[in-house]
Design a protein around this ligand. Structure first.
Ligand code: NAD
Ligand code: UD1
Length: 337
């Protein structure tokens, strides 16, 4: 299949391109580079062994720009990663988040349907469950109250895409609810490249390990979890990338709407991650206990059985692979791209 990959220069998009080509698909990337560097695409092409990945530096809110791309290519489906994703920033700049994520997706979907491409895989998030009413979380768990505008853009866009599919059953919409992506391609050539101070746990750990930050703050050790620190479902980004290729099969089967949790089904605490990182990589990660972070929940991990049963997908990488590959990327690219 020929796939339009929005946000393909970013962290998850770049890893997904490799899985797409490995499975025999081709891709065209559209990205405005607001949170990425085109070097990622150069390295993806190098890993795949092709001269280059077709790329347009276009914003998905730019209707004419998208029209030009659709005039030049025929797409079987779109994998839609493009969006802003910093939780704290979304609280400061809600308008920018709603306008970029929701406005951009509405424009994208309109151009897609005008060109007869009605298949989309959308990057959703475990954040749509809010404080989940059941653990492990299944897809039948009700959606909850999001604690920030970023989370609401995901929750609202799920609804928008489902309503569009309901009104026009020619659409196939796959909503992938990612849990906590970490790790990097085993080559160490591509990985997560956050701007400024990282918000998420793994990039913070790797930046402490490489000496860019003094110590990790562990946000709370009084949660009702085995060691008191927050528990999450960390998933290797290559496993997550492979889930998108499997999701294309759902589209081929004309699934209508498909909603899938994409996690490993295992919960690890903050201290589990820190200790695994130190053990596997043999580097120190100084840390100290800090107060809880506002909006955090104690425990979040999924039951990924539906993705296995219906998409034939399951995670293959374990916690040791995640911490090893995160460190390989960070230690060989201390300044990112
Ligand atoms: P990322 O920031 O690395 O990638 C997103 C890409 O989209 C970037 O390259 C950015 O330049 C591009 N982009 C943003 N707005 C755009 C626009 N208007 N037009 C064109 N390009 C635009 O983020 P990521 O971690 O790869 O996340 C990919 C998707 O998965 C996002 O939608 C994100 O919200 C979602 N997601 C991420 C996580 C996570 O922890 N990384 C978890 C759940 C869901
Ligand atoms: C965050 C986002 C969520 C997004 C998800 C996946 C918030 C509030 N939520 O979730 O919307 O879908 O990423 O990318 O940001 N931690 C520390 N010290 C740190 C950083 C994190 O102790 O410096 C702890 C957190 O308290 C949490 C765990 O590590 O228990 C994971 O945090 P993080 O990586 O930010 O992910 P989430 O909070 O699960």
């Amino acid at each position: 299949m020929n796939i339009l990959v929005t946000g393909g220069a970013g962290y998850i998009g770049s890893h997904t391109l490799i899985e797409l080509y490995k499975a025999g698909h081709t891709a065209v990337v559209v990205d405005n580079l607001s949170n990425s560097n085109p070097e990622s695409l150069r390295r993806v092409a190098e890993i795949i062994g092709i001269p280059e990945i077709p790329f347009y530096k276009v914003d998905i809110r730019d209707r004419e720009g998208l029209e030009r791309i659709f005039a030049e290519h025929r797409f079987d489906a779109c994998i839609h990663f493009a969006g802003l994703k910093a939780v704290g920033e979304s609280v400061e700049k809600p308008w920018e988040y709603y306008e970029n994520n929701i406005g951009g997706t509405l424009t994208l979907v309109d151009v897609m349907r005008r060109h007869g491409c009605k298949n989309i895989i959308f990057s959703s998030s475990a954040t749509v469950y809010g404080d989940p009413v059941e653990i492990p979380i299944t897809e039948s768990c009700p959606k909850g109250q999001c604690t920030n505008p970023y989370g609401w853009t995901k929750s609202m866009l799920e609804q928008v895409l489902m309503d569009i599919q309901k009104a026009d059953p020619e659409w196939n919409v796959v909503l992938l609810r990612y849990f906590n992506p970490v790790g990097a391609h085993p080559s160490g050539r591509i990985g997560e490249n956050p701007n400024g101070i990282p918000n998420n746990l793994m990039p913070y750990i790797t930046q402490v390990a490489v000496g860019k930050r003094k110590e990790l703050g562990v946000f709370g050790n009084d949660y009702p979890t085995p060691d008191g620190t927050g528990v999450r479902d960390y998933i290797h980004v290559c496993d997550l990338a492979a889930a998108h290729v499997c999701a294309l099969q759902a589209i081929c089967r004309h699934c209508g709407i498909g909603i899938y949790n994409i996690g490993t089904g295992h919960g690890y605490s903050v201290l589990d991650m820190v200790k695994a990182f130190i053990r596997v990589n043999g580097v120190d990660v100084p840390y100290s206990i800090k107060p809880r972070r506002a909006g955090d929940i104690a425990t979040c991990y999924c039951n990924p059985a539906k993705a296995k049963a219906e998409l034939g997908w399951e995670a293959k990488y374990g916690i040791d692979d995640m911490v090893r590959d995160s460190w390989h990327w960070q230690s060989t690219n201390p300044e990112g791209y």
